[in-house]
Design a protein around this ligand. Structure first.
Ligand code: DGL
Length: 248
């Protein structure tokens, strides 16, 4: 069973790619919505929450865990791999593909403030983006907005927030928060099609295919630490599926 975890609905963007690639896999999705947003918490705090969340997925029988949250991955991936014996796939800002894609030499990474505080981001820039201007650009409130109602009606706010970096000549945008996957069309509409958008959700799903055991009957169980009916409505809005959610 593949456990997929995020602070909220962002990880659903990864889950839908895994489901497409592995139609028969049994999956359990955990949204830690009681503690969302993670992106303004301290690294220590997020590490503690991630340990509890991944622990609960392992107890439920997950034999592969996907930390479908950049913030939790930045804060805790090493720690989680040392704590749990199952393979753990995480997210990281796609700095390397962005450095390869840019022609203007200017790239912007969109993520939560906490993701930029971790050592991972600076390390990736140092290793893969020498000579490239990589702008770390937090997007306050975006993840919470995706939980509430975005992408509908989000274009103007997105355009206003991104205008200063686009004006600096950025031609490549990295989505380094899983919630932002649901904003891909709105971002393209806001900044224009001359800008390349890099979303690693599908590449992460392919990595899951490489490490996860095959087999299963194609079930998906949805869990939240928050309000189950709310998550059920969110899944209908974002994935177009009607599902029953369990509270944990
Ligand atoms: N989805 C999470 C990420 O990928 C962050 C959302 C939050 O702030 O809780 O970083």
């Amino acid at each position: 069973m593949i456990g997929v975890y995020d602070s909220g609905v962002g990880g659903l963007a990864v889950l839908r790619h895994i489901r497409r690639l592995l139609p028969n896999a049994d999956m359990v999705y955990l949204a830690d919505q009681a503690h969302m947003p993670y992106g303004v918490r301290s690294l220590e705090d997020v590490r503690r929450l991630a340990e509890a969340a991944v622990g609960s997925l392992v107890v439920r029988g997950a034999d592969t865990v996907v930390v479908a949250c950049n913030t939790a991955s930045a804060a805790a991936l090493q720690h989680l791999r040392s704590m749990f014996a199952v393979p753990i796939v995480g997210m990281e800002p796609a700095v390397k593909p962005a450095a390869a894609a840019t022609r203007s030499g200017k790239v912007v990474v969109l993520a939560t403030p906490t993701t930029f505080e971790g050592a991972v981001f600076d390390d990736l820039v140092g290793r893969f983006a020498s000579g490239i201007d990589v702008i770390a650009y937090p997007c306050p409130g975006w993840a919470a907005a995706v939980e509430e109602s975005w992408p509908a009606g989000s274009e103007a706010a997105i355009a206003a927030h991104l205008a200063p970096v686009i004006a600096r000549g950025v031609d490549t945008i990295v989505l380094a928060c899983t919630h932002y996957s649901f904003l891909d069309d709105a971002i393209v509409a806001a900044v224009g099609s001359g800008v390349t958008l890099i979303d690693p959700a599908e590449a992460v799903a392919r990595q899951v295919v490489r490490v996860a055991a095959t087999g299963g009957t194609g079930t998906t169980t949805y869990l939240t630490t928050g309000d189950p009916e709310r998550l059920s409505r969110q899944i209908e809005r974002l994935l177009g599926e009607q599902v029953v959610v369990e509270g944990v």
